[in-house]
Design a protein around this ligand. Structure first.
Ligand code: R5P
Length: 290
């Protein structure tokens, strides 16, 4: 099937690499806003009988969704065979439960919305926490890719004597995989509850790892509070300043600066979301899904 790749604004770099890898054309597209704020969209390329790949990482999702929906609709109206959404970072996965009465479980609504206009979805390490698989909420076929192998390779090539750190027990399974492929040991921080409001965090076997380079790994860095707190625990335990690795670097508000000031060695992310910390390239991983 002929394939054409469209970049939603801000995704040109990844879309270009993907098109090169797939030997596909890059689609030409105009998206702009009318003076009243409504969205204008025009597809300049021929999409007839083609698979249309829409590349759009979904950080700040609310402002991107309508353009995506319009692109998919317009492409189908112009004869596209199917549309495939490549969203290296997939939003709303953390709103997977009603925490308070009356709250919307927005991950379900979001999945329903995407499933209504995209025929397939490809994403990297979506935050599957209380849900086990994408098919619990998405009704279209989803391909889930994992950046663990790429992160392990980056650690192997760049860090001497690493010890991987998981911020909490939830992260254990994942940190274990990265550590194994990086040929490094790992530890997971232990939360010791001393009372309702008193939680102590311990670094197990800290003596053994004082001379190692701690590498903190998490899926998302958003407010960076999880990382900043963990950096504090490591510091108090007498460990070296850690390397902080996030698959998806959202960096909400001032969080990037705050994390830098927390006393880290360096901050590394994949380019699922464009950011100066991007050091792990995911274009080939995405291309491998086709
Ligand atoms: C939580 O379940 C995730 O795995 C991350 O730890 C979390 O999303 C990070 O968020 P923040 O940077 O806001 O602490």
């Amino acid at each position: 099937m002929n394939t054409i790749v469209f970049a939603l604004p801000g995704n040109e770099d990844l879309a270009g690499k993907l098109a090169t890898s797939l030997k596909a054309d890059i689609g030409e597209l105009t998206i702009r806003h009318f003076p009243d704020g409504e969205t204008y969209i025009r597809i300049h390329s021929d999409v007839k009988e083609k698979r249309v790949i829409m590349v759009c990482s979904l950080n700040n999702p609310d402002e991107k969704l309508l353009s995506l929906f319009f692109l998919s609709q317009a492409a189908k109206e112009q004869g596209a065979d199917c549309t495939c959404l490549v969203a290296p970072y997939l939003a709303y996965m953390r709103q997977d439960k009603q925490f308070n009465t009356g709250e919307g479980v927005t991950s379900t609504y979001f999945a329903r919305f995407i499933s209504n206009f995209a025929d397939t979805l490809i994403t990297i390490d979506p935050h599957l926490h209380r849900r086990n698989s994408m098919s619990e909420i998405y009704t279209v076929p989803c391909k889930v890719l994992h950046a663990a192998g790429l992160i392990s390779a980056w650690i192997r090539n760049n860090i001497e004597k690493p010890v991987l750190i998981g911020p909490d027990s939830e992260s254990e399974q994942w940190v274990e995989v990265v550590a194994k492929n990086a040929g490094a040991p790992f530890i997971v921080l232990e939360k010791i509850r001393r009372g309702d409001r008193e939680v102590e965090v311990a670094v197990p076997q800290v003596e053994r790892y004082r001379e190692y380079s701690p590498v903190l790994v998490d899926d998302i860095i958003s407010t960076a509070h999880t990382m900043i707190e963990t950096v504090g625990h490591l510091k108090r335990a007498g460990m070296k300043p850690p390397v902080c690795i996030g698959i998806h670097g959202i960096f909400a508000g001032n969080s990037f600066q705050e994390l830098q000031e927390a006393g880290v060695a360096t901050i590394v992310t994949t380019n699922t979301i464009g950011h100066p910390t991007n050091k792990v390239e995911i274009a080939d991983l995405i291309a491998s899904a086709f």
